[in-house]
Design a protein around this ligand. Structure first.
Ligand code: URA
Length: 439
């Protein structure tokens, strides 16, 4: 087989066979096919698209490009959750102990922050001592014994995605639906989950802000996962304003702990129960979604999910005293208030601007190599639909580096729109749509 023939076939709108996709992916991972030819094929795929069958094959071949976990490795009914990324999205921190408390197995492979959205690994690493570089044996042992573990994607898992993503990033081929689906789902398949729920965000702070694009992505993820034998659900959720009331790594850990203690913001607790409910129903541990939501709410209220979070922190080297004393988490030196110019009702709180403000303060990174500051971020005092008085605090900036303050302040001020008429404003619904797979 010759890669030039494969590129030509796709360039002319043909459908690639499993043999051709295997040839391309194995040559990419071994280095036998040079970057310029892989890039040419990516552009042909971007322009010509891929059918469902072709995307499913690509996903499967990418998943098998490195080492994988199977449900047998993980020792029980294995579930996973993925978010397309949002501002203040600390759902994973609450959801994985919650699922483990419901006797499901969660071996979670996560990523770091890039752009205006945060990453679970960075958040957890703000807990002193917590580490995520678990080797395979340690990871499997933790999932089998305690129900949960969270690790960085290891170099030997789905190497095809790492190589392709880096090339997509520099060849304007990231935003291709089949390539996005294959990238996300290959990592989920390699993680060994039997049932997967995807939180597809929509709104200004989302990877795909427009609802019709979020819906197309959700439908494609569910279709491909189902084709490959997984129980799949996608929930499209609001990201026009940040989730919860904190944005920034240690701040988000604090809020996740409060939620596990039953004292967190309602939107975060609701989202965790709604996402988790899909998995509980798939596993057969709950008869239907309302029963599952009630069971998960009970596990938040009775402290069992919090106990699982304690297990996770202790087994991965972290200082579990943060659960009782949040001041042990990194703290920023200065707290600067952003106040409302007018009395009225909050009409808009733009998630993207708040995410950028947190980044400006040092909470995120624009390049993979950038260091982050775990202590900084934005604490939101007023959300859409809430009343505010003139000079009252809208948000608090947690700041370490004064040079970054002005930009962050400008971004948070621009994120808010306060309607001085005081007319009521209904916040956008948190759960926008659900898409279920029919395996
Ligand atoms: N997230 C991924 O993991 N891959 C993509 O291609 C896009 C978003």
């Amino acid at each position: 087989m010759n890669i030039v023939d494969v590129i030509r076939k796709k360039r002319d709108g043909g459908t690639l066979t499993r043999g051709e996709i295997e040839f391309w992916i194995s040559g990419t991972v071994s280095g036998a096919i040079p970057d310029y030819q892989v890039s040419a094929l990516l552009m042909a795929l971007f322009l010509r698209g891929m059918g469902n069958e072709e995307t499913a094959i690509l996903t499967d071949v990418m998943a098998h490009s490195g080492s994988m976990f199977t449900p047998d490795d993980l020792g029980g009914y294995t579930v996973d959750k993925h978010s397309t990324g949002g501002v203040g999205d600390k759902t994973t921190l609450v959801l994985i102990p919650l699922l483990a408390a419901a006797n499901l197995k969660v071996g979670k492979l996560s990523g770091r922050a890039l752009g205006h959205t945060g990453g679970t690994i960075d958040k957890l690493e703000s807990i002193p001592g917590f580490h995520t570089n678990l080797d395979r044996a340690h990871f499997l042992d933790l999932v089998r014994r305690t129900g949960l573990a969270l690790a960085d994607h290891t170099a030997d898992m789905v190497p095809a995605d790492r190589i392709l993503y880096e090339l997509r990033d520099v060849t304007a081929t990231v935003d291709s639906l089949p390539l996005i689906v294959a990238s996300i789902m290959s990592k989920k398949l390699a993680g060994g989950a039997q049932a997967i729920v995807i939180d597809v965000k929509t709104g200004s702070g989302a990877f795909l802000p427009r609802l019709e694009d979020s819906r197309r992505l959700a439908e494609a993820l569910v279709a491909i996962g189902t084709k490959l034998g997984r129980k799949m659900a996608a929930v499209i959720t609001d990201m026009s304003q940040p989730l919860g009331r904190t944005v920034g790594n240690a701040l988000e850990v604090r809020e996740a702990i409060e939620t596990l203690q039953g004292k967190g913001p309602e939107d975060l607790a609701t989202l965790c129960c709604e996402l988790g409910a899909e998995l509980l129903v798939f596993s057969g541990k709950a008869a239907d979604r309302p029963a599952a939501v009630e069971e998960l709410g009970g596990l938040l209220a009775n402290g069992k999910a919090l106990a699982k979070f304690r297990d996770l922190i202790e087994h991965q080297g972290g200082d579990a005293r943060v659960l009782d004393d949040a001041s042990l988490l990194p703290q920023a030196r200065r707290h600067i208030e952003v106040r409302s110019a007018a009395t009225g009702t909050v009409r808009r709180l733009d998630a993207l601007s708040v995410g950028r403000a947190a980044n400006a303060l040092g909470a995120g990174r624009t390049k993979k190599e950038d260091a982050i500051d775990p202590a900084v971020g934005v604490e939101i005092k007023k959300k859409i639909g809430e009343r505010v008085e003139a000079r009252e605090t809208l948000a608090v900036l947690h700041v370490n580096d004064e040079a970054r303050l002005v930009e962050a302040q400008r971004l948070v001020e621009s994120a808010y729109e306060v309607d001085p008429s005081g007319a009521p404003c209904v916040p956008p619904p948190l759960i926008v749509e659900r898409i279920l797979g029919h395996a």
